[in-house]
Design a protein around this ligand. Structure first.
Ligand code: BGC
Length: 749
């Protein structure tokens, strides 16, 4: 058949005109045409948009352009400087996933998504590889910072908002990594062994909500196996569940994987192999030739690719500017970061800082080398990062000159040393801002500082990223040096009646129970994007009341999470360097048993009434809120929940209301089913929040009959300020609800 130029109305005709070679090429990323360095490694892809993660193959004769995919998720990951031009291509560094989710504000997340989508388009990319939506199964996962929460409903709702925002700009989102990719150790091979209940209720539910609500153009299949089957080759994961059960109608693309069983991938419904290797093209051709792969399966994937391509800016020849409005986006990142910060402690109303606090002594390297984001593909080449010195200065607070000078001279030295000592295997140190070792601070220096400063601020920094999980010692737990610093600063400043504030500049959870008593106030700033120091100062000065709440439990000890028992450890930097393969740095047993089942996060701590440092959903404000007039009613196939929130304090602020449902005789104490955030309420002002939850989202997974089941009965809905601060309760009678699903991806007996 004569070749036709691709058009949205002639996809079938174009498909019919393609040769098997062309079809195979379209399903394999642009690394497959022999062009050296064309996408096999992050940041090495130089065609079309330098530093983007990958491209697809161009077929000029068919009017099929290459489309471009860039990482994600905290902004557009591209090269900021390029050969042959003085022009720069910086992208806005937005808050990491955990920080955004901590806003519990879907409208704000959607707005951030719009800004990210806009930069994706204006920098000539078609798809952004995000959001990251894996569940925080354990605090040690090195990529938790890119993900949202230990709770699937929160993950799904925030993920859906992000996808809607991105796609409103005419580019595609690529939620990742579908599914059960909650550890980095052995990530390319590990078999995640888990019950159907844990799989359905926890690890798939967030993706399901997002797919149904936001219709992503693409989704990324993860490296790992689920119950013995590689996700990228799993018909059940990619077709039975994703497409048949949830109605996904976009393209599945692999995570940046080497060659697997390509024919099995295509049959499974994995439309695009990324970054793409010549062998994969040959594999498809050979498998069709010898009858092990049906041409109909190839055609299904090719049709999906053509449908995707005609939606893209590149197909539409969009004249991208390479000049997104970075100033406008900086304002969005500043506001969203501020709203995601979580105030854990505020004794004696230490915060907001009293007006007489004009000068502070800033301790901790991260005060001066503030981490805007995490390491690996998720890092962004930002135009700048506002550190704590600049952020405070912009807010009219100065820092003491002596210690500021000492740290500021130490930073370049420590950076140079870190880079010089770097093992070539530590590739991710070039992808983001690694954590610098802390500097020794003598008692003498602290004694000098206390005479100069009105308060002390200590910034505790943590860094984590792709390819490597965290350790308990010296990472989840503080180092001996950090402990000493907090204790000595606290003793010396408190002796003089001066407050001590700790800022946590980390993408994920750390231990707090052993040292929190030394701090008067503790603020979790996360890794809040390029405006970091300004966002922190907005909270410290009271320009904004903190209104973020934790999206994961902060345990007393890491081992309090049952999953810590089967989370791969240890993973010290030394072990990492010893291994040659970056994707699989340690010889593991190649499986992880989810022995804890659904007892992840608050589902464990609240069910068994175990102590925590800070519970799920917790966060203080500068004001206080009263809840009244809670109602819960069944309306059609939805439960409609409403509650009135009044600002009962003296400052303005926003409140996040969480609704937890109790299932009589259920496996867990309660589950988050809905949440909503008020607008900024002035003192005395009230707002009535209304939340609608489809009855199907109330059901639990019944493994015996492979179905979602909500038995007929009376259910209690708790309106709460955190999972452990229940304010009001309402009961509703509900009829039985069932929804059968396919008995697939089951564990071995
Ligand atoms: C990561 C993905 C990323 C891809 C492309 C992989 O190593 O797991 O999250 O999108 O690389 O850079």
């Amino acid at each position: 058949m004569r070749a036709q130029l691709l058009h949205p109305d002639n996809i079938d005709a174009v498909l019919a005109s393609m040769t098997l070679e062309q079809k195979a090429q379209l399903l394999v990323g642009g690394g497959n045409d022999g062009f050296a360095g064309s996408g096999a490694m992050l940041g090495h892809q130089k065609r079309l948009v330098a530093g983007a993660a990958g491209i697809t193959v161009e077929m000029a004769g068919l009017g099929i352009p290459s489309i471009v995919m860039a990482d994600g998720p905290a902004g557009v990951h591209i090269d900021s400087v390029r050969e042959g031009t003085d022009k720069t291509y910086f992208a806005t560094g937005f808050p990491i996933g955990t920080a955004l989710a901590s806003t519990w504000n879907t409208e704000l997340v959607e707005q951030v998504g719009q800004a990210i989508g806009n930069e994706t388009r204006e920098y000539g990319c078609d798809i952004i590889l995000g959001p990251g939506m894996n569940l925080h199964r354990n605090p040690l996962c090195g990529r938790n910072f890119e993900y949202y929460s230990e709770d699937p409903i929160l993950t799904g709702k925030i993920g859906a908002a992000m996808v809607r925002g991105i796609q409103s700009q005419g580019v595609g989102a690529c939620p990742k990594h579908y599914a059960v990719n909650s550890q980095e150790s052995d990530r390319t091979k590990v078999d995640e062994r888990l019950s159907a209940k844990a799989l359905r209720e926890l690890y798939l539910r967030g993706f399901e909500i997002m797919v149904r609500e936001a219709k992503p153009w693409t989704i990324m299949s993860s490296y790992n196996q689920i119950n013995g089957e590689f996700v990228q080759q799993s018909y059940d994961a990619l077709t039975t569940i994703l497409r048949r059960e949830w109605g996904f109608d976009g393209v599945v693309l692999t995570d940046w994987t080497g060659v697997r069983n390509t024919a099995a991938q295509v049959h499974a419904g994995n439309d695009l192999m990324m970054p793409g290797y010549p062998q994969q093209v040959q594999d498809i051709i050979a498998a069709v030739g010898n009858g092990t792969l049906a041409i109909a399966d190839v055609d299904t994937c090719v049709r999906g690719m053509l449908e995707l391509i005609v939606r893209t800016p590149r197909y539409k020849a969009y004249p991208y500017s390479d000049r997104p409005d970075l100033a406008a986006h900086a304002a969005i990142t500043r506001q969203s970061a501020t709203e995601g910060m979580v105030l854990l402690k505020n004794d004696g109303d230490t915060l907001p800082l009293r007006p007489e606090i004009r000068t502070v002594a800033l301790f901790g390297v991260n005060s001066y080398d503030f981490a805007s984001g995490g390491l690996g593909s998720g890092c962004v080449n930002t135009p700048y990062v506002v550190d704590m010195v600049a952020g405070l200065r912009n807010a009219g607070i100065s820092t003491t000159p002596l210690i500021t000078d000492i740290y500021q001279s130490y930073i370049p030295f420590a950076t140079k040393k870190l880079r010089a000592d770097k093992d070539p295997l530590m590739w991710f140190l070039d992808q983001g801002q690694p954590k610098l070792p802390e500097m020794e601070v003598s008692d003498r220096l602290i004694e000098t500082e206390v005479t100069q400063a009105d308060a002390a601020i200590i910034t505790l920094g943590r860094q984590a990223g792709e390819g490597m999980d965290r350790t308990i010692e010296d990472d989840f737990n503080l180092t001996a040096g950090e402990h000493r610093l907090i204790r000595r600063v606290s003793e010396i400043f408190r002796r003089e009646g001066k407050p001590v504030i700790v800022i946590i500049n980390s993408g994920s959870v750390i231990e707090t129970a052993s040292w929190q008593a030394y701090a008067d106030a503790i603020l979790v700033a996360w890794q809040p994007g390029e405006e970091g120091g300004n966002s922190v100062a907005d909270v410290l000065t009271g320009k904004v009341s903190p209104s973020g709440k934790l999206t994961m439990t902060w345990p007393v000890a890491c081992s309090d999470h049952p999953s810590t028992r089967n989370f791969p450890q240890p993973m010290s930097l030394y072990d990492y360097k010893e291994r040659a393969n970056w994707g699989c740095p340690i010889e593991f047993v190649h499986y992880t048993n989810h022995a804890e089942g659904v007892y992840v996060g608050y589902r464990h701590f609240d069910t068994f009434d175990r102590p925590v440092a800070y519970p799920f959903g917790f966060g203080l404000s500068y004001t206080s809120f009263e809840y009244s007039r809670a109602t819960a009613k069944l309306q059609g196939d939805e439960v409609v929940l409403s509650v009135t929130v009044r600002n009962a304090g003296e400052r303005s602020g926003k409140e996040i209301v969480q609704v937890y449902m109790t299932i009589p005789g259920g496996a867990v104490a309660h589950e988050l089913k809905a949440f909503a955030k008020t607008r900024e309420l002035q003192p005395g002002e009230s707002e009535t929040l209304t939340m609608r939850v489809p009855v199907r989202l109330l059901a639990s997974f019944d493994e015996t009959d492979s179905r979602w089941l909500l038995p007929k009965g009376e259910y209690s809905f708790a309106f709460a300020a955190s999972s452990r601060d229940i304010r009001l309760t309402q009961k509703v009678r509900l009829n039985q609800y069932t929804e059968p699903v396919h008995p697939v991806l089951l564990p071995e007996e």
